[in-house]
Ligand binder design. Structure first.
Ligand code: SF4
Ligand code: SF4
Length: 329
């Protein structure tokens, strides 16, 4: 049963925990971390070799589909713009800032987010500890002080596609999820701007999506290192828009996931890289340099994960497909 709780369901050791530097993600470390086993490795590089084996699930057609699925995310840079896209429609210039009571504004924002593709929407105050210290270029990240609220959206990924993991069709489901994220954050941001509020759309950039989603009441952190939602499990992608619009925040939720994960090993068993902890209890231990210390959890060895992606020549979703909350069957 899902209950609302007063405090988020994670435990932080503030003596150790600090803001995460985006350069420490796997996707950045492959460029600069000479000590990493995957230094210089682009995980799709082995695609031609893999396709040549003729193995079912790894066809040239499916690979073309993967790259195509990312098109909106990768080619629509405006989706991540912190300013209005293009010229404001002149018809909007006749309006001042819209104001209504926060309950009604919240209702409208959530309705709009769903119309633009969000499967779940939650709202939280922006906890600064979830903002990256530096972005992938090494610049210090600063959020305008008035943007104190995050609208966090979860976008469901295709059940049938995820079920094929680690075959290429699962990576198509991932890419489609990312492209839908770009559409959702761009469109919701323009909606907020049309009401004369600020909007800072984000995918995986700028801030950690999982703790923000926990704060916003969308789910809990699972053994697999992912946000697990009651509705779709971890079979979602996350994105967020920060704003100065006054909105009503949601409470975090607890649906018993931490207790469930203690005796469930489906994701760790399904992981071909042995990257997911099999320990019964979560701890403060980290498993690789891409884990931020000071968070109690089952830390995922992202290095091992990425090496499997490179071997697979595509992203993997085994730990999503295997989770009973994904409801794949
Ligand atoms: S994505 Fe695949 S390799 Fe990575 S942790 Fe999940 S199951 Fe393991
Ligand atoms: S598969 Fe089981 S252990 Fe892994 S995240 Fe889902 S519920 Fe938790």
């Amino acid at each position: 049963m899902t209950k609302k709780v007063d405090q988020p369901t994670y435990e932080i050791d503030s003596a150790v925990h600090g803001r995460f530097d985006e350069r420490n993600t796997i996707f950045m470390r492959r460029f600069w971390d000479h000590a990493a086993s995957f230094h210089g490795v682009e995980y799709r590089d082995r695609a031609a070799e893999r396709i040549a084996t003729g193995e079912p699930g790894y066809s040239r057609i499916e690979f073309a589909r993967i790259l195509a699925s990312w098109t909106v995310h990768d080619c629509f840079g405006g989706a991540f713009s912190w300013s209005r896209l293009g010229e404001a429609d002149p018809s909007m210039m006749q309006f001042d800032r819209y104001a209504d009571d926060p309950d009604e504004m919240t209702r409208q924002v959530k309705k709009t987010a769903k119309l633009f593709g969000a499967s779940l929407v939650g709202i939280c105050e922006v906890n600064k500890q979830w903002i990256y210290s530096h972005n992938r270029s090494g610049d210090a990240v600063a959020i305008p002080s008035e943007c104190t609220t995050a609208i966090v959206m979860a976008i469901e990924m295709d059940k049938e596609g995820v079920a094929t993991s680690p075959e290429y069709a699962s990576a198509v489901a991932t890419g489609v999820g990312y492209s839908k994220m770009a559409f959702a954050i761009a469109s919701l941001s323009e909606f907020l701007r049309n009401l004369r509020y600020k909007a800072l759309p984000m995918g995986n950039d700028t801030a950690l999506s999982i703790p923000l989603a926990i704060d916003a009441g969308l789910g809990q952190l699972g053994r697999n290192g992912l946000l697990v939602t009651p509705e779709f499990g971890p079979r979602i992608r996350l994105c967020k828009v920060l704003t100065d619009m006054p909105l009503v925040v949601d409470q975090p939720i607890d649906f018993g996931l931490t207790t469930f994960c203690k005796t469930c090993d489906r994701c760790s068993t399904a992981c071909e890289a042995d990257a997911i902890s099999t320990e019964p209890e979560p701890t403060f231990e980290i498993a690789c340099p891409s884990n931020n210390p000071g968070i109690k959890r089952w830390a995922v060895n992202a290095d091992g994960c990425y090496n499997f992606w490179a071997k697979n020549s595509a992203a993997c979703s085994n730990c999503i497909a295997a989770c009973p909350f994904s409801k794949i069957g």
